[in-house]
Design a protein around this ligand. Structure first.
Ligand SMILES: [Zn+2]
Length: 250
């Protein structure tokens, strides 16, 4: 990316960040947490699933339909059987765009086509329903694309670091990374304690789960540690779609 494009991208995301498209005040009477996987690599289910089962929690899989059954740059992605199995186990199948493109690079017409394509792809795995939660691929947003997704989904997640508490933007929820590239136990523990004391909503996220994860993924032990700490704080873990009404105090 050229310097001028880089600056433009940074400025656009800064403007988008400042623009609250769906402002809300979280008025939960208790803290809540979610764990989510983006894209998603097959082992996020085959190795991440058992860790969640051990803790008795269900997660959210932000699924890009274009990755189904494929291996891209050495990453083996989920297939249709994985989607059936994780839905049967009560996990949430959420939307991450079909083509997994940075949304500001697509025209509004292309965004609509991509959203429709992923919705139709996911529908059979959702009992005929449409997905209700969305996460921006690469966390890339612009004011235009926030406005596009906000009315189409119950909640929209970005990758801006932090918990969600007090005044939030449901069109760009914050998240706390469990990725190897920024793994920091003290920071995660601080965010768990903040969630507890502010009755907030902690949304954890990662990609692959493996004993030798990519920089964007986690080991099963990292997931286990994070879920153990959340449980120690007595914070309930729910899929994003179920955590939203709890966080809003509904
Ligand atoms: Zn992604």
């Amino acid at each position: 990316m050229s310097l001028s494009n880089l600056l433009k991208t940074k400025l656009t995301s800064l403007m988008a960040r400042k623009l609250a498209v769906r402002p809300a005040r979280l008025a939960g009477h208790r803290p809540v947490a979610s764990i989510s996987y983006d894209d998603f690599p097959k082992n996020a289910w085959t190795l991440g699933g058992p860790v969640m089962a051990k803790h008795g929690v269900r997660g959210t899989y932000y699924t890009a339909g274009g990755f189904c059954g494929r291996t891209v740059n050495g990453t083996v992605f989920y297939d249709e059987t994985d989607l059936k199995d994780l839905a049967a186990a009560g996990h949430e199948i959420a939307c991450h765009g079909f083509g997994h493109q940075p949304t500001p690079t697509l025209t509004t017409e292309e965004l609509a086509q991509d959203a429709e394509r992923n919705k139709e792809f996911l529908r059979p795995f959702l009992g005929g329903d449409a997905p209700v939660s969305f996460a921006f691929p690469y966390g890339r947003v612009s004011p235009r694309t926030k406005r596009f997704y906000a009315p189409r989904f119950a909640s929209v997640r970005g990758v801006h670091p932090g918990i969600n508490a007090g005044r939030v933007d449901l069109a760009q929820l914050n998240t706390v990374s469990l990725e190897t590239r920024c793994w920091d136990k003290a920071r995660i523990e601080t965010e768990i304690q903040r969630t507890l004391h502010e009755n907030g909503w902690l949304i954890l996220y990662t990609h692959d789960v493996s004993d030798s994860p990519s920089p964007y993924g986690s080991t099963p032990e990292m997931l286990d540690w994070a879920l153990t700490r959340v449980a120690a704080a007595r914070i309930r873990v729910m899929p994003v779609c179920d955590a939203l009404p709890v966080a809003l105090g509904l």
